[in-house]
Ligand binder design. Sequence first.
Ligand code: CMP
Length: 139
Amino acid sequence: MATNRTFTMIKPDAVEKNYIGGILDKINAAGFRIVAMKYTKLSKEEAGEFYAVHRERPFYGELVEYMSNGPIVAAILEKENAVADFRTLIGATNPAEAAEGTIRKMYAESISANAVHGSDSDENAEIEGNFYFSSLERF
Ligand code: CMP
């Protein structure tokens, strides 16, 4: 059964361009409640650990470099059917393929600098949320 939580990051490209407010507006307007939120920066080691599932992929080095390049906003979001609905809201990984009105269509510049992350499963939402937040940091 689907859980009602997902995990997101507003990535360095979107933070750098002052898109945090616009992206949070879209998230709230779509009915997600913010359970936890943090403005922070990943070290290279942390970015490597967060994306360890992609370690064998050709883009892994670029991804780790990029994600540790500047501050990000990490958040746990709550809504019925959160994982699937959030992935619909953000659009395809490659913004060139993202549907009109999605966050990546509006704010992303490329497949690596693609504005936001969204968990791809309930299991990963749990793992990714735990990477950033203790139980005391969730409300
Ligand atoms: P994200 O949803 O954060 O999950 C993994 C990330 O890897 C993805 O968004 C992209 O930013 C990045 N990614 C996936 N495929 C590629 C690719 N072909 N080239 C560069 N980066 C990629």
